[in-house]
Design a protein around this ligand. Structure first.
Ligand code: GLN
Length: 601
Protein backbone atom coordinates (compact mmCIF):
# COMPACT_ATOMS: atom_id res chain seq x y z
CA UNK A 1 0.00 0.00 0.00
CA UNK A 2 1.19 3.40 -0.80
CA UNK A 3 2.15 5.65 2.10
CA UNK A 4 0.09 8.83 2.41
CA UNK A 5 1.57 11.43 0.16
CA UNK A 6 3.29 8.88 -2.04
CA UNK A 7 0.85 9.31 -4.90
CA UNK A 8 1.29 13.00 -4.84
CA UNK A 9 5.03 12.51 -4.62
CA UNK A 10 4.92 10.25 -7.63
CA UNK A 11 2.80 12.71 -9.51
CA UNK A 12 5.18 15.48 -8.60
CA UNK A 13 8.14 13.37 -9.63
CA UNK A 14 6.42 12.51 -12.93
CA UNK A 15 5.82 16.11 -13.66
CA UNK A 16 9.48 16.72 -12.62
CA UNK A 17 9.19 20.24 -13.92
CA UNK A 18 10.91 22.74 -11.67
CA UNK A 19 8.50 25.48 -10.78
CA UNK A 20 8.98 28.07 -13.49
CA UNK A 21 10.77 31.12 -12.17
CA UNK A 22 8.43 34.10 -12.37
CA UNK A 23 9.08 36.32 -15.33
CA UNK A 24 11.20 39.25 -14.23
CA UNK A 25 9.19 42.43 -13.81
CA UNK A 26 10.08 43.61 -17.27
CA UNK A 27 10.62 47.25 -16.61
CA UNK A 28 12.09 47.36 -13.10
CA UNK A 29 15.87 47.34 -12.78
CA UNK A 30 17.76 46.74 -9.57
CA UNK A 31 20.42 48.59 -7.63
CA UNK A 32 21.70 46.44 -4.79
CA UNK A 33 23.50 48.03 -1.85
CA UNK A 34 25.71 45.77 0.25
CA UNK A 35 28.03 46.71 3.09
CA UNK A 36 31.45 45.60 4.19
CA UNK A 37 34.09 46.06 6.91
CA UNK A 38 31.88 47.26 9.77
CA UNK A 39 28.21 47.76 10.49
CA UNK A 40 26.77 51.22 10.96
CA UNK A 41 28.33 52.65 7.79
CA UNK A 42 25.13 54.33 6.75
CA UNK A 43 24.07 51.91 4.04
CA UNK A 44 20.50 53.07 4.56
CA UNK A 45 21.39 56.69 3.98
CA UNK A 46 23.54 55.73 1.00
CA UNK A 47 20.73 53.67 -0.50
CA UNK A 48 18.14 56.42 0.04
CA UNK A 49 20.54 59.04 -1.31
CA UNK A 50 21.19 57.03 -4.48
CA UNK A 51 17.40 56.82 -4.78
CA UNK A 52 17.08 60.60 -4.38
CA UNK A 53 19.59 61.24 -7.18
CA UNK A 54 17.91 58.74 -9.52
CA UNK A 55 14.52 60.23 -8.72
CA UNK A 56 15.94 63.68 -9.45
CA UNK A 57 16.84 62.36 -12.92
CA UNK A 58 13.16 61.69 -13.53
CA UNK A 59 13.26 57.97 -12.76
CA UNK A 60 10.61 56.34 -10.58
CA UNK A 61 12.18 54.59 -7.64
CA UNK A 62 11.01 51.99 -5.15
CA UNK A 63 13.05 50.21 -2.50
CA UNK A 64 13.38 47.07 -0.45
CA UNK A 65 15.20 46.59 2.83
CA UNK A 66 16.39 43.09 3.62
CA UNK A 67 16.97 42.31 7.30
CA UNK A 68 18.51 38.88 7.67
CA UNK A 69 17.31 38.36 11.25
CA UNK A 70 14.77 35.69 12.21
CA UNK A 71 12.16 38.01 13.66
CA UNK A 72 9.18 38.20 11.35
CA UNK A 73 9.19 41.94 11.70
CA UNK A 74 10.72 44.66 13.88
CA UNK A 75 7.59 44.92 16.05
CA UNK A 76 8.94 42.88 18.94
CA UNK A 77 12.46 44.29 18.84
CA UNK A 78 13.79 46.68 21.46
CA UNK A 79 14.30 50.26 20.28
CA UNK A 80 17.22 50.32 22.68
CA UNK A 81 19.04 47.56 20.82
CA UNK A 82 17.74 47.99 17.32
CA UNK A 83 16.52 51.57 17.00
CA UNK A 84 12.94 52.67 16.57
CA UNK A 85 10.22 50.48 15.14
CA UNK A 86 8.94 52.38 12.13
CA UNK A 87 5.23 52.06 11.32
CA UNK A 88 3.83 52.12 7.80
CA UNK A 89 0.38 53.06 6.52
CA UNK A 90 -0.55 49.39 6.17
CA UNK A 91 0.39 48.75 9.80
CA UNK A 92 3.71 47.09 8.98
CA UNK A 93 6.18 47.40 11.88
CA UNK A 94 9.46 47.68 10.08
CA UNK A 95 13.12 48.58 10.27
CA UNK A 96 13.89 52.27 10.72
CA UNK A 97 15.63 52.38 7.34
CA UNK A 98 12.20 52.26 5.73
CA UNK A 99 11.56 55.57 7.45
CA UNK A 100 14.69 56.98 5.79
CA UNK A 101 13.40 55.78 2.43
CA UNK A 102 9.95 57.26 2.92
CA UNK A 103 11.44 60.59 4.03
CA UNK A 104 14.14 60.84 1.36
CA UNK A 105 12.10 59.51 -1.55
CA UNK A 106 8.69 60.76 -0.42
CA UNK A 107 7.05 57.40 -1.10
CA UNK A 108 4.60 55.23 0.87
CA UNK A 109 5.97 51.77 1.40
CA UNK A 110 4.26 48.53 2.38
CA UNK A 111 5.25 45.94 4.96
CA UNK A 112 6.39 43.70 2.10
CA UNK A 113 9.13 46.21 1.28
CA UNK A 114 10.89 44.93 4.40
CA UNK A 115 12.03 41.34 3.88
CA UNK A 116 13.28 39.33 6.86
CA UNK A 117 14.54 35.79 7.19
CA UNK A 118 11.53 35.20 9.45
CA UNK A 119 9.09 36.19 6.69
CA UNK A 120 10.85 34.10 4.06
CA UNK A 121 10.97 30.96 6.20
CA UNK A 122 7.40 31.45 7.35
CA UNK A 123 6.28 31.54 3.74
CA UNK A 124 8.40 28.51 2.76
CA UNK A 125 7.14 26.50 5.73
CA UNK A 126 3.53 27.45 4.98
CA UNK A 127 4.02 26.24 1.41
CA UNK A 128 5.60 23.03 2.65
CA UNK A 129 2.64 22.37 4.98
CA UNK A 130 0.22 23.14 2.18
CA UNK A 131 1.90 20.52 0.10
CA UNK A 132 3.28 22.87 -2.52
CA UNK A 133 6.59 21.00 -2.55
CA UNK A 134 5.16 17.51 -2.16
CA UNK A 135 7.72 14.85 -2.84
CA UNK A 136 10.63 17.23 -2.59
CA UNK A 137 13.23 17.79 0.08
CA UNK A 138 12.78 21.45 1.01
CA UNK A 139 16.16 23.15 1.02
CA UNK A 140 17.80 26.54 1.37
CA UNK A 141 18.83 26.26 -2.26
CA UNK A 142 16.58 26.31 -4.26
CA UNK A 143 13.45 26.77 -2.13
CA UNK A 144 14.51 29.56 0.19
CA UNK A 145 16.51 31.34 -2.49
CA UNK A 146 13.57 31.05 -4.93
CA UNK A 147 11.26 32.49 -2.31
CA UNK A 148 13.61 35.44 -1.84
CA UNK A 149 13.80 36.09 -5.59
CA UNK A 150 10.04 35.84 -6.00
CA UNK A 151 9.47 38.18 -3.08
CA UNK A 152 11.89 40.77 -4.46
CA UNK A 153 10.41 40.61 -7.94
CA UNK A 154 6.82 40.77 -6.83
CA UNK A 155 7.25 43.60 -4.32
CA UNK A 156 9.42 45.65 -6.66
CA UNK A 157 6.57 45.69 -9.16
CA UNK A 158 4.22 47.42 -6.70
CA UNK A 159 4.28 51.19 -7.25
CA UNK A 160 4.90 53.22 -4.08
CA UNK A 161 4.53 56.74 -5.48
CA UNK A 162 0.83 56.78 -6.18
CA UNK A 163 1.25 55.93 -9.87
CA UNK A 164 0.02 52.78 -11.52
CA UNK A 165 3.02 51.40 -13.38
CA UNK A 166 5.94 49.65 -11.65
CA UNK A 167 8.97 51.78 -10.79
CA UNK A 168 11.96 52.08 -13.13
CA UNK A 169 14.46 51.21 -10.43
CA UNK A 170 14.24 49.23 -7.21
CA UNK A 171 16.99 49.97 -4.70
CA UNK A 172 17.60 46.92 -2.49
CA UNK A 173 19.54 47.35 0.71
CA UNK A 174 20.96 44.18 2.20
CA UNK A 175 21.28 44.65 5.96
CA UNK A 176 24.32 43.47 7.88
CA UNK A 177 27.85 43.02 6.61
CA UNK A 178 28.91 40.76 3.76
CA UNK A 179 30.15 37.48 5.19
CA UNK A 180 27.59 37.30 8.02
CA UNK A 181 26.27 33.76 8.27
CA UNK A 182 22.67 34.85 8.38
CA UNK A 183 22.78 36.82 5.15
CA UNK A 184 24.18 33.95 3.06
CA UNK A 185 20.86 32.77 1.54
CA UNK A 186 20.12 36.36 0.53
CA UNK A 187 23.54 36.82 -1.07
CA UNK A 188 23.04 33.59 -3.00
CA UNK A 189 19.55 34.60 -4.12
CA UNK A 190 20.84 38.01 -5.21
CA UNK A 191 23.72 36.39 -7.05
CA UNK A 192 21.26 34.21 -8.96
CA UNK A 193 19.05 37.21 -9.64
CA UNK A 194 21.92 39.30 -10.97
CA UNK A 195 23.02 36.42 -13.19
CA UNK A 196 19.56 35.78 -14.61
CA UNK A 197 18.76 39.46 -15.16
CA UNK A 198 22.11 40.40 -16.61
CA UNK A 199 24.35 43.41 -16.11
CA UNK A 200 22.00 45.89 -17.74
CA UNK A 201 19.29 45.11 -15.21
CA UNK A 202 21.31 44.74 -12.05
CA UNK A 203 23.88 47.07 -10.55
CA UNK A 204 25.75 46.48 -7.31
CA UNK A 205 27.09 49.22 -5.05
CA UNK A 206 29.26 48.05 -2.19
CA UNK A 207 29.55 50.44 0.76
CA UNK A 208 32.80 50.22 2.63
CA UNK A 209 35.05 52.09 5.04
CA UNK A 210 38.40 53.70 4.37
CA UNK A 211 39.90 54.37 7.80
CA UNK A 212 42.90 56.53 8.62
CA UNK A 213 45.59 55.45 11.04
CA UNK A 214 47.29 58.03 13.22
CA UNK A 215 46.68 61.77 13.27
CA UNK A 216 48.02 62.58 9.82
CA UNK A 217 47.95 58.98 8.70
CA UNK A 218 47.31 57.29 5.43
CA UNK A 219 43.88 56.36 4.08
CA UNK A 220 43.85 52.58 4.31
CA UNK A 221 42.35 50.50 1.52
CA UNK A 222 42.98 47.01 2.88
CA UNK A 223 39.66 46.57 4.75
CA UNK A 224 37.80 47.46 1.55
CA UNK A 225 39.95 45.09 -0.48
CA UNK A 226 39.13 42.27 1.91
CA UNK A 227 35.42 42.91 1.93
CA UNK A 228 35.28 43.09 -1.87
CA UNK A 229 37.23 39.83 -2.02
CA UNK A 230 34.68 38.27 0.33
CA UNK A 231 31.85 39.50 -1.88
CA UNK A 232 33.51 38.20 -5.04
CA UNK A 233 34.09 34.81 -3.41
CA UNK A 234 30.33 34.65 -3.01
CA UNK A 235 29.85 35.36 -6.69
CA UNK A 236 29.00 39.07 -6.66
CA UNK A 237 31.28 41.73 -8.10
CA UNK A 238 30.59 45.36 -7.24
CA UNK A 239 29.98 47.76 -10.10
CA UNK A 240 30.48 50.78 -7.86
CA UNK A 241 32.18 51.28 -4.53
CA UNK A 242 30.91 53.86 -2.05
CA UNK A 243 33.71 54.49 0.42
CA UNK A 244 32.94 56.13 3.71
CA UNK A 245 35.76 58.24 5.10
CA UNK A 246 36.33 61.19 7.37
CA UNK A 247 38.07 63.31 4.70
CA UNK A 248 37.68 63.18 0.91
CA UNK A 249 39.62 60.28 -0.64
CA UNK A 250 42.86 61.20 -2.34
CA UNK A 251 43.34 60.26 -6.00
CA UNK A 252 45.97 57.60 -5.50
CA UNK A 253 43.76 55.82 -2.98
CA UNK A 254 40.98 55.64 -5.55
CA UNK A 255 43.38 54.20 -8.09
CA UNK A 256 44.57 51.58 -5.66
CA UNK A 257 41.01 50.63 -4.77
CA UNK A 258 40.14 50.40 -8.45
CA UNK A 259 43.04 48.10 -9.19
CA UNK A 260 42.56 45.76 -6.25
CA UNK A 261 38.78 45.75 -6.16
CA UNK A 262 38.15 45.36 -9.87
CA UNK A 263 36.02 48.50 -10.12
CA UNK A 264 36.67 51.29 -12.69
CA UNK A 265 38.18 54.32 -11.02
CA UNK A 266 35.30 56.56 -12.11
CA UNK A 267 32.94 54.21 -10.25
CA UNK A 268 34.74 54.66 -6.92
CA UNK A 269 32.54 57.04 -5.00
CA UNK A 270 33.43 58.70 -1.77
CA UNK A 271 31.04 59.60 1.03
CA UNK A 272 33.12 61.70 3.35
CA UNK A 273 31.77 63.30 6.52
CA UNK A 274 29.32 66.10 5.81
CA UNK A 275 27.68 68.76 8.01
CA UNK A 276 24.24 67.16 7.65
CA UNK A 277 22.84 64.05 5.97
CA UNK A 278 20.98 66.00 3.29
CA UNK A 279 24.40 66.61 1.70
CA UNK A 280 24.87 62.92 0.91
CA UNK A 281 22.71 62.89 -2.26
CA UNK A 282 24.55 66.05 -3.34
CA UNK A 283 28.04 64.60 -2.96
CA UNK A 284 26.91 61.48 -4.79
CA UNK A 285 25.44 63.61 -7.57
CA UNK A 286 28.70 65.59 -7.76
CA UNK A 287 30.53 62.31 -8.30
CA UNK A 288 28.04 61.41 -11.03
CA UNK A 289 26.60 58.31 -9.39
CA UNK A 290 23.57 58.66 -11.67
CA UNK A 291 25.67 58.58 -14.84
CA UNK A 292 27.32 55.31 -13.84
CA UNK A 293 24.03 53.67 -12.91
CA UNK A 294 22.04 55.02 -15.84
CA UNK A 295 24.75 53.93 -18.26
CA UNK A 296 24.99 50.43 -16.86
CA UNK A 297 21.25 49.92 -16.59
CA UNK A 298 20.66 51.43 -19.98
CA UNK A 299 18.15 53.93 -18.67
CA UNK A 300 19.33 56.83 -20.78
CA UNK A 301 16.00 57.22 -22.56
CA UNK A 302 13.97 57.69 -19.36
CA UNK A 303 16.46 59.83 -17.44
CA UNK A 304 17.59 63.44 -17.62
CA UNK A 305 20.17 65.42 -15.64
CA UNK A 306 19.42 65.43 -11.88
CA UNK A 307 17.30 68.34 -10.68
CA UNK A 308 18.28 68.88 -7.06
CA UNK A 309 17.86 72.62 -6.65
CA UNK A 310 15.30 72.36 -3.85
CA UNK A 311 17.29 69.67 -2.12
CA UNK A 312 20.48 71.73 -2.31
CA UNK A 313 18.73 74.76 -0.90
CA UNK A 314 17.42 72.65 1.98
CA UNK A 315 20.84 71.15 2.80
CA UNK A 316 22.63 74.47 2.60
CA UNK A 317 20.06 76.55 4.43
CA UNK A 318 20.24 74.13 7.35
CA UNK A 319 23.98 74.74 7.66
CA UNK A 320 23.37 78.50 7.78
CA UNK A 321 20.78 78.50 10.56
CA UNK A 322 21.82 80.78 13.41
CA UNK A 323 19.16 80.42 16.09
CA UNK A 324 18.35 77.18 17.80
CA UNK A 325 15.35 75.93 19.73
CA UNK A 326 15.77 73.80 22.84
CA UNK A 327 13.36 70.88 22.88
CA UNK A 328 13.18 68.74 26.02
CA UNK A 329 12.63 65.15 24.91
CA UNK A 330 11.52 63.27 28.01
CA UNK A 331 11.69 59.56 27.35
CA UNK A 332 12.66 56.14 28.52
CA UNK A 333 15.83 56.07 26.45
CA UNK A 334 18.04 59.11 26.13
CA UNK A 335 20.83 60.16 23.83
CA UNK A 336 19.76 57.39 21.56
CA UNK A 337 18.76 59.19 18.42
CA UNK A 338 17.97 55.89 16.72
CA UNK A 339 15.44 54.88 19.37
CA UNK A 340 13.35 57.94 18.54
CA UNK A 341 14.60 58.52 15.00
CA UNK A 342 11.34 59.64 13.39
CA UNK A 343 10.59 62.03 16.27
CA UNK A 344 14.08 63.50 15.90
CA UNK A 345 13.59 63.85 12.13
CA UNK A 346 10.13 65.37 12.53
CA UNK A 347 11.59 67.93 14.95
CA UNK A 348 14.31 68.64 12.42
CA UNK A 349 11.82 69.14 9.56
CA UNK A 350 9.60 71.41 11.65
CA UNK A 351 12.49 73.45 13.05
CA UNK A 352 14.10 74.00 9.66
CA UNK A 353 10.72 75.11 8.29
CA UNK A 354 10.76 77.73 11.07
CA UNK A 355 14.40 78.67 10.32
CA UNK A 356 15.58 77.23 13.61
CA UNK A 357 18.12 74.55 14.46
CA UNK A 358 16.70 71.88 16.73
CA UNK A 359 18.69 71.38 19.90
CA UNK A 360 17.31 68.27 21.53
CA UNK A 361 17.73 68.13 25.30
CA UNK A 362 17.56 64.46 26.20
CA UNK A 363 16.03 63.87 29.59
CA UNK A 364 15.74 60.40 31.11
CA UNK A 365 12.25 60.52 32.55
CA UNK A 366 13.34 58.55 35.61
CA UNK A 367 15.87 61.29 36.49
CA UNK A 368 12.98 63.68 37.11
CA UNK A 369 11.46 61.38 39.69
CA UNK A 370 11.57 62.08 43.42
CA UNK A 371 13.30 58.76 44.09
CA UNK A 372 16.25 59.90 41.99
CA UNK A 373 16.56 63.01 44.15
CA UNK A 374 17.87 60.82 46.97
CA UNK A 375 19.58 58.07 44.99
CA UNK A 376 21.33 60.27 42.41
CA UNK A 377 20.86 63.93 43.38
CA UNK A 378 23.12 65.27 40.61
CA UNK A 379 21.22 63.51 37.86
CA UNK A 380 17.94 64.71 39.36
CA UNK A 381 19.06 68.34 39.62
CA UNK A 382 20.55 68.27 36.12
CA UNK A 383 17.36 66.78 34.63
CA UNK A 384 15.18 69.49 36.18
CA UNK A 385 17.61 72.22 35.17
CA UNK A 386 17.53 70.95 31.59
CA UNK A 387 13.75 70.72 31.58
CA UNK A 388 13.37 74.24 32.93
CA UNK A 389 15.90 75.58 30.44
CA UNK A 390 14.00 74.22 27.44
CA UNK A 391 11.51 76.08 25.29
CA UNK A 392 9.13 73.18 24.85
CA UNK A 393 8.57 69.64 26.08
CA UNK A 394 7.87 66.53 24.05
CA UNK A 395 6.93 63.14 25.50
CA UNK A 396 7.17 60.53 22.76
CA UNK A 397 5.61 57.10 22.46
CA UNK A 398 6.73 54.26 24.67
CA UNK A 399 5.90 51.02 26.40
CA UNK A 400 6.39 49.74 29.94
CA UNK A 401 6.36 51.58 33.24
CA UNK A 402 9.95 52.80 33.53
CA UNK A 403 10.06 56.57 33.90
CA UNK A 404 6.27 57.04 33.92
CA UNK A 405 6.26 59.12 37.14
CA UNK A 406 8.97 61.35 35.68
CA UNK A 407 6.92 61.88 32.53
CA UNK A 408 3.89 62.78 34.64
CA UNK A 409 6.01 65.38 36.47
CA UNK A 410 7.18 66.83 33.14
CA UNK A 411 3.59 67.06 31.84
CA UNK A 412 2.52 68.73 35.10
CA UNK A 413 5.37 71.22 34.78
CA UNK A 414 4.35 72.01 31.19
CA UNK A 415 0.71 72.44 32.18
CA UNK A 416 1.34 74.64 35.19
CA UNK A 417 4.07 76.78 33.66
CA UNK A 418 2.49 77.14 30.23
CA UNK A 419 5.46 75.57 28.49
CA UNK A 420 4.56 74.31 24.99
CA UNK A 421 3.88 70.57 25.21
CA UNK A 422 3.36 67.82 22.70
CA UNK A 423 2.48 64.34 23.94
CA UNK A 424 2.61 61.54 21.42
CA UNK A 425 0.72 58.31 22.07
CA UNK A 426 2.10 57.44 25.52
CA UNK A 427 2.69 61.20 25.90
CA UNK A 428 -1.04 61.83 25.41
CA UNK A 429 -1.93 59.08 27.88
CA UNK A 430 0.47 60.72 30.36
CA UNK A 431 -1.46 64.00 30.06
CA UNK A 432 -4.69 62.21 30.86
CA UNK A 433 -3.17 60.48 33.90
CA UNK A 434 -1.54 63.70 35.09
CA UNK A 435 -4.75 65.74 34.85
CA UNK A 436 -6.75 62.96 36.51
CA UNK A 437 -4.35 62.76 39.44
CA UNK A 438 -3.52 66.39 39.96
CA UNK A 439 -6.64 68.24 38.82
CA UNK A 440 -9.45 65.74 39.33
CA UNK A 441 -7.80 64.51 42.53
CA UNK A 442 -7.92 60.85 41.49
CA UNK A 443 -4.66 59.96 43.21
CA UNK A 444 -4.67 56.39 41.93
CA UNK A 445 -5.44 57.31 38.33
CA UNK A 446 -3.34 55.21 36.00
CA UNK A 447 -3.16 53.35 32.75
CA UNK A 448 -4.13 49.71 32.82
CA UNK A 449 -0.71 49.11 31.29
CA UNK A 450 0.98 50.13 34.55
CA UNK A 451 -1.64 49.24 37.13
CA UNK A 452 -4.39 46.85 36.16
CA UNK A 453 -5.98 46.90 39.63
CA UNK A 454 -6.70 50.61 39.97
CA UNK A 455 -10.35 51.71 40.08
CA UNK A 456 -9.33 54.87 38.19
CA UNK A 457 -8.30 53.20 34.95
CA UNK A 458 -8.23 56.42 32.98
CA UNK A 459 -6.35 54.71 30.16
CA UNK A 460 -7.67 51.26 29.37
CA UNK A 461 -6.89 48.21 27.35
CA UNK A 462 -8.56 47.91 23.98
CA UNK A 463 -10.68 44.80 24.34
CA UNK A 464 -10.31 43.70 20.75
CA UNK A 465 -6.62 42.82 20.89
CA UNK A 466 -4.91 39.84 22.46
CA UNK A 467 -3.30 40.16 25.88
CA UNK A 468 -1.16 37.10 25.45
CA UNK A 469 0.56 37.79 22.13
CA UNK A 470 3.02 40.63 21.68
CA UNK A 471 3.54 40.43 17.91
CA UNK A 472 1.03 42.30 15.79
CA UNK A 473 -1.59 42.79 18.53
CA UNK A 474 -1.89 46.54 18.45
CA UNK A 475 -3.91 49.15 16.73
CA UNK A 476 -1.50 49.65 13.92
CA UNK A 477 -1.17 51.72 10.81
CA UNK A 478 -3.06 54.53 9.19
CA UNK A 479 -6.41 55.44 10.80
CA UNK A 480 -8.70 58.39 10.35
CA UNK A 481 -9.14 60.91 13.16
CA UNK A 482 -12.19 63.17 12.97
CA UNK A 483 -12.03 66.63 14.50
CA UNK A 484 -15.07 67.57 16.54
CA UNK A 485 -14.43 71.19 15.60
CA UNK A 486 -12.31 72.40 12.73
CA UNK A 487 -11.45 75.53 14.71
CA UNK A 488 -9.55 73.59 17.37
CA UNK A 489 -5.82 74.26 17.39
CA UNK A 490 -4.81 70.83 16.10
CA UNK A 491 -7.16 70.95 13.12
CA UNK A 492 -6.00 74.48 12.37
CA UNK A 493 -2.39 73.28 12.33
CA UNK A 494 -3.36 70.80 9.63
CA UNK A 495 -5.10 73.56 7.64
CA UNK A 496 -8.56 73.03 9.25
CA UNK A 497 -9.60 69.74 7.67
CA UNK A 498 -12.45 67.69 9.15
CA UNK A 499 -10.21 64.69 9.51
CA UNK A 500 -6.61 63.58 9.23
CA UNK A 501 -5.05 60.21 8.49
CA UNK A 502 -2.12 59.38 10.72
CA UNK A 503 -0.36 56.21 11.81
CA UNK A 504 -1.04 54.41 15.08
CA UNK A 505 0.78 51.90 17.27
CA UNK A 506 -0.78 51.29 20.65
CA UNK A 507 -2.77 48.87 22.78
CA UNK A 508 -4.41 51.31 25.20
CA UNK A 509 -6.97 54.12 24.82
CA UNK A 510 -8.45 56.85 26.98
CA UNK A 511 -11.24 55.36 29.08
CA UNK A 512 -14.50 56.98 27.85
CA UNK A 513 -15.94 56.95 31.38
CA UNK A 514 -13.55 59.70 32.44
CA UNK A 515 -13.84 61.94 29.40
CA UNK A 516 -16.66 64.17 30.68
CA UNK A 517 -14.85 64.80 33.98
CA UNK A 518 -11.61 65.68 32.23
CA UNK A 519 -13.47 67.95 29.79
CA UNK A 520 -14.91 69.85 32.74
CA UNK A 521 -11.43 70.21 34.14
CA UNK A 522 -10.24 71.86 30.90
CA UNK A 523 -8.78 68.99 28.91
CA UNK A 524 -10.67 69.11 25.64
CA UNK A 525 -11.11 65.99 23.57
CA UNK A 526 -11.12 67.47 20.11
CA UNK A 527 -10.57 64.44 17.88
CA UNK A 528 -11.88 60.90 17.82
CA UNK A 529 -11.89 57.86 15.58
CA UNK A 530 -14.91 56.69 13.67
CA UNK A 531 -15.61 53.65 15.79
CA UNK A 532 -18.23 54.46 18.38
CA UNK A 533 -18.20 50.72 18.72
CA UNK A 534 -16.83 50.06 22.16
CA UNK A 535 -19.58 47.95 23.76
CA UNK A 536 -19.45 45.95 26.99
CA UNK A 537 -18.18 46.48 29.56
CA UNK A 538 -17.89 50.16 28.69
CA UNK A 539 -20.70 52.24 27.25
CA UNK A 540 -20.63 52.67 23.50
CA UNK A 541 -18.20 55.44 22.76
CA UNK A 542 -15.65 56.70 20.38
CA UNK A 543 -11.91 56.38 20.91
CA UNK A 544 -10.39 59.72 21.80
CA UNK A 545 -7.42 60.67 19.65
CA UNK A 546 -6.54 64.29 20.42
CA UNK A 547 -6.50 66.36 23.60
CA UNK A 548 -5.94 70.09 24.01
CA UNK A 549 -5.61 71.95 27.28
CA UNK A 550 -7.62 75.14 27.59
CA UNK A 551 -5.96 78.38 28.69
CA UNK A 552 -2.56 77.16 27.62
CA UNK A 553 -0.59 78.54 24.65
CA UNK A 554 0.20 75.08 23.26
CA UNK A 555 -0.61 71.84 24.97
CA UNK A 556 -1.57 69.01 22.65
CA UNK A 557 -1.68 65.25 23.03
CA UNK A 558 -2.24 62.91 20.10
CA UNK A 559 -2.88 59.18 20.29
CA UNK A 560 -1.38 58.73 16.82
CA UNK A 561 2.25 59.13 15.77
CA UNK A 562 2.46 62.15 13.47
CA UNK A 563 6.25 61.75 13.23
CA UNK A 564 5.97 58.84 10.81
CA UNK A 565 4.52 60.97 8.02
CA UNK A 566 6.77 63.99 8.45
CA UNK A 567 8.84 64.82 5.37
CA UNK A 568 11.79 67.21 4.96
CA UNK A 569 9.77 69.69 2.96
CA UNK A 570 6.38 68.78 4.44
CA UNK A 571 6.83 68.76 8.20
CA UNK A 572 4.18 67.27 10.42
CA UNK A 573 1.75 70.00 11.58
CA UNK A 574 1.73 69.13 15.33
CA UNK A 575 5.54 69.37 15.28
CA UNK A 576 5.50 72.67 13.43
CA UNK A 577 2.97 73.93 15.95
CA UNK A 578 5.23 72.90 18.82
CA UNK A 579 8.26 74.65 17.35
CA UNK A 580 6.35 77.83 16.55
CA UNK A 581 5.00 77.87 20.10
CA UNK A 582 8.50 77.26 21.47
CA UNK A 583 9.86 80.15 19.42
CA UNK A 584 7.20 82.40 20.84
CA UNK A 585 7.90 81.10 24.34
CA UNK A 586 11.59 81.99 24.07
CA UNK A 587 10.91 85.21 22.19
CA UNK A 588 12.84 84.22 19.06
CA UNK A 589 11.04 85.11 15.90
CA UNK A 590 10.46 81.97 13.85
CA UNK A 591 10.40 82.40 10.15
CA UNK A 592 7.76 80.04 8.92
CA UNK A 593 7.62 81.74 5.56
CA UNK A 594 7.75 78.35 3.89
CA UNK A 595 4.14 78.06 4.98
CA UNK A 596 4.50 74.49 6.05
CA UNK A 597 1.76 74.43 8.64
CA UNK A 598 -1.31 72.95 7.15
CA UNK A 599 0.25 71.37 4.09
CA UNK A 600 0.86 67.86 5.31
CA UNK A 601 -2.38 66.22 4.27
N1 GLN B 1 2.12 51.83 25.65
C1 GLN B 1 1.05 52.63 25.19
C2 GLN B 1 -0.01 51.79 24.47
O1 GLN B 1 0.23 50.69 24.10
C3 GLN B 1 1.55 53.71 24.26
C4 GLN B 1 2.12 53.16 22.99
C5 GLN B 1 2.94 54.18 22.26
O2 GLN B 1 3.29 55.20 22.79
N2 GLN B 1 3.31 53.87 21.02
O3 GLN B 1 -1.10 52.26 24.26
Amino acid sequence: MAEPGEDAAAAAAAAEQPEPAPAPAASTKYVLITGGVVSGLGKGVTASSVGVVLKACGLRVTCIKIDPYLNTDAGTMSPFEHGEVFVLDDGGEVDLDLGNYERFLDVTLTRDNNITTGKIYQSVIEKERRGDYLGKTVQVVPHVTDEIKQWIQSVSSVPVDGQTRPADVCVIELGGTVGDIESMPFIEALRQLSFSLGKDNFCLIHVSLVPVLGVVGEQKTKPTQHSVRELRALGLTPDLLACRSAQPLIGSVKEKLSQFCHVPVENILNIHDVPNLWHVPLILRNQKVHEAIIKQLNLGRSAGPPELRDWTQMAESYDDLKNSVKIALVGKYTNLTDSYLSVVKALLHASVACSLKPSIQWIAASDLEDATATSAPDAHAKAWETLKGSSCILIPGGFGDRGISGMILAAKYARENKVPYLGICLGMQISVIEMSRNVLGLKDADSEEFNSETPSRVVMYMPEVSKTHMGNTMRLGCRRTFFRRTDCLTSKLYGSPEHVDERHRHRYEVNPSFVAMLENAGLHFVGCDESGKRMEPEPASTYEQVVELQDHPFYIGVQFHPEFKSRPRRPSPPFTGLILAAAEYMGTPANNSNGHVGTSE
